[in-house]
Design a protein around this ligand. Structure first.
Ligand SMILES: [Zn+2]
Ligand SMILES: [Zn+2]
Length: 347
């Protein structure tokens, strides 16, 4: 399933990093893995989500709003200034060009700053940041692992985990495809980011993930998940449910009567009028199913309190800290300061 929001965010642009030989490497790993069967490996799925959060974290939320508003605001202002004495295209076209180059400059500058972190994210998991080749089994020379696919060189010490990618040979059912598609759509709505105690950007765990992990968890892990779920269940639910119901209601009350009128025309045009209704319905349902408006800080805090990793919901309270007093989550490689030695209690 393609993640189109990133394509919109990065039209034809590539983020670069430098490999251990000091060469500039274009990070094409996300483009290579996106939609590939490898993405169904939970490890790769989490990695892609983490990378998407990292890219999004480079763009503050106001940038999108400012970009969206600047075009109508600027053009209306100019139109008022010229008092209709000049045709609209004469000032609208140069204005658009200037604004586009300013935003394009901002985007490029911000993308340069996240390049090294984005590259590291994949290299740490033993995936070539250049081309997405799994470096599992590639033997290092003088502490450097060279990608057999694209020739990028990565320091052996930077690779923190090296594992084969788990591929399923079974042809996915249409139902599974649809479910994955809907999940990707929802993930675009509520993608957020936070930083762990080592300053690494991660994607905070969503409610759906908490429930999915709970289905197979046992004993204390299950208890911790139960505590976290009941604590977070209603966080931010008022704007989410209100927003979701608003769009579902809009689809039904506006689009259905409209469709009933047009349906009598009995043409292909009739089906086209269904499209906006379906989009509104989909958006409303996705919003209801999403984690939008659930405060990230609260999610992280609650999960830390019950001794779970805020990124993957696995237990971190039973891990021994390393020399720098941080524990590294073995599942997602995030680092956390150890909380006090006292047993962790749900809030
Ligand atoms: Zn490569
Ligand atoms: Zn984790």
């Amino acid at each position: 399933v393609r993640d189109t929001s990133l394509d919109l965010l990065l039209p034809g642009r590539t983020i670069h990093t430098t490999d251990s030989a000091g060469r500039s490497v274009a990070i094409r790993v996300m483009r290579e893995l996106r939609g590939a069967p490898a993405q169904q490996d939970p490890r790769i799925e989490r990695l892609m989500e983490q990378a998407a959060s990292l890219i999004q974290s480079a763009f503050p939320r106001w940038l999108g709003i400012v970009m969206g508003l600047s075009f109508p605001a600027g053009i209306f202002t100019l139109q008022a200034l010229f008092n209709n004495s000049v045709p609209i295209w004469a000032f609208a076209a140069p204005y658009m060009l200037v604004m586009m180059s300013i935003f394009s400059f901002l985007v490029r500058r911000r993308m340069r700053t996240i390049g090294p972190a984005l590259g590291q994210l994949f290299v740490q998991e033993g995936i070539c940041a250049g081309c997405g080749y799994n470096l599992f089994g590639v033997s290092p020379h003088n502490g450097v692992v060279t990608c057999p696919e694209c020739g990028a060189a990565w320091a052996e010490n930077d690779i923190r985990r090296s594992e084969p990618i788990v591929l399923t040979s079974a042809e996915p059912l249409l139902r599974d495809q649809a479910r994955r598609g809907f999940r990707a759509y929802v993930n675009n709505l509520d993608r957020r980011s936070a930083t762990d105690d080592a300053g690494r950007v991660f994607a905070p765990v969503r409610m759906r993930m908490l429930r999915r992990v709970r289905a197979t968890a046992a004993d204390e892990h299950r208890e911790a998940l139960d505590a976290a779920i009941s604590e977070l269940r209603f966080a931010g639910c008022v704007p989410r449910v209100a927003g979701g119901l608003f769009f579902v209601a809009l689809a039904i009350t506006v689009a259905v009567p409209n469709f009933m009128v047009v349906a009598r025309l009995r043409s292909a045009f009739t089906l086209m009028t269904l499209f906006p209704m379906l989009m509104m319905l989909l958006f409303g349902l996705a919003l209801l199913a999403s984690d939008a408006f659930r405060p990230v800080k609260r999610v992280v805090k609650v999960l830390r309190q019950v001794g779970l990793c805020p990124s993957c919901a696995q237990r971190i309270d039973c891990l021994a800290p390393s020399a720098n007093a941080l524990v590294t989550c073995p599942t997602c490689l995030c680092s956390w300061k150890t909380t006090s030695a006292s047993p962790v209690q749900p809030a």
